[in-house]
Design a binder for this molecule. Sequence first.
Ligand code: ZN
Ligand code: ZN
Length: 162
Amino acid sequence: MLTLEEKRAKRAAYMREYNRRRSQELGASFTTFWRAIHPEAARKHREEEKRRWRADPAVQQRHGEICAWHRRKLKIAAYEAYGGCVCACCGETTEEFLSIDHVNNDGAAHRKMIKGGGDVLYRWLRDQKYPPGFQILCMNCNFGKRINGGVCPHRQQKAATA
Ligand SMILES: [Zn+2]
Ligand SMILES: [Zn+2]
């Protein structure tokens, strides 16, 4: 007398063999045949595979590296278009300190219009073929300009001593 498990295993083996034979008769690979008769399970299986693939830390890391590389390329292209990696006010050249400045101080409205800053802005600038009205400023000058009514304090110091 077979146990329930054994019966199930036997039935599964039979079905496997049956499907394999049937797929051969139809001239399709077993996988194709299996997918055809189990579309729902095949879809789930594919999604599961994809999910597992995406969750793989190595894949994620590689993906992250590619994204970061693309973002940096986009940023550098924008800097190059507006005079290179150098602050237009004080001459700071450390890339990490630099950012795009809206010359006419309409950054907030512009960011709202294009729905974002940073990457969104870099992409927008590229798509608009780097229009005038932007410059490269370091964070200090950018911030100084913002809280000083649109003129970097550096400029005022220069004007005062001149
Ligand atoms: Zn500066
Ligand atoms: Zn400055």
